[in-house]
Design a protein around this ligand. Sequence first.
Ligand SMILES: NC(=O)c1ccc[n+]([C@@H]2O[C@H](COP(=O)([O-])OP(=O)(O)OC[C@H]3O[C@@H](n4cnc5c(N)ncnc54)[C@H](OP(=O)(O)O)[C@@H]3O)[C@@H](O)[C@H]2O)c1
Length: 287
Amino acid sequence: MDTQIAGGCDGRYEGPELPLFLYGTAWKEERTRAATLQALAVGFRGIDTANQRRHYHEAEVGAAIGEAIQAGRLRRSDLFLQTKFTFRAGQDHRLPYDPAVPIADQVRQSFGSSLQHLGVTTLDSYVLHGPSQRFGLGASDWEAWHAMERLHGEGRVGQLGVSNVTFDQLRQLSTSAKIQPRFVQNRCFAVQRWDADVRRLCKERGIIYQGFSLLTANQEYLSSAPIASLASKYQRTPAQIFFRFALDAGIWPLTGSTSREHLREDLSIADFRLSESEFELVERIAV
Ligand SMILES: NC(=O)c1ccc[n+]([C@@H]2O[C@H](COP(=O)([O-])OP(=O)(O)OC[C@H]3O[C@@H](n4cnc5c(N)ncnc54)[C@H](OP(=O)(O)O)[C@@H]3O)[C@@H](O)[C@H]2O)c1
């Protein structure tokens, strides 16, 4: 992969190199293809999507990837490609599986449909979009996870992940799963010290934490005086300060920006560092 930092966030990532950022493809509807092409053109090589038509247009993500590959601008192996299985409750009527079949078959059908949408034969990461219940893990969650483990065992997906999880759910999953989750993808609130408990568990168990809504869930702090002051010191935008903090905290950030300028800015955070006290200031900005 070209546009990536070796070792990811300060060497906290293990295994193969990962791109600096994940490009998120949610909520773009008919602009999905153009937005994804733009992100690829700017240099994003990590793509996050979901087979959940309600919020994502996975087939259009695939169209963009196919176009870029066909044009010779990148190879499949340059990309980190991640998509998700979403339970019925998180879907609208445009289902990628037959809701009447067992969950394990729904996972298989959704996965097959994702490969078709994306025009690929394997995925780098397959994520359970969220447990079926608010607290703990139920039979459906385990059935889905075991089906995902089988896909992993067949070599069709490199790593497994889970999204929208609580500390207890993650502990339960990572304690009992045969194939460990390699990724967690959670909304990251500054008021929860950027999901500190889940991040700590991730660190303990060698799980890479992917953070979304770093900007949108934390607008109040993004526009606060201490962040403005850091932005001024480093001649960066407040968003770049948050993303730099994220990398230093071992958070693999997502952005779904549709602005070329913002995308460029987002990728331009590798060449400055926050001091330890500045890192702590951002970490505790809301607590
Ligand atoms: N697992 C889940 O349940 C879940 C849930 C939500 C999201 N996600 C994933 O995470 C991705 C990102 O979602 P998100 O919630 O973080 O929000 P987002 O879609 O990335 O929205 C970010 C907002 O911040 C703005 N922005 C981005 N970069 C900026 C910059 N450098 N400076 C100033 N403004 C900037 C964007 O505006 P511009 O377009 O004008 O830049 C946009 O309004 C999604 O596409 C999806 O892949 C996953």
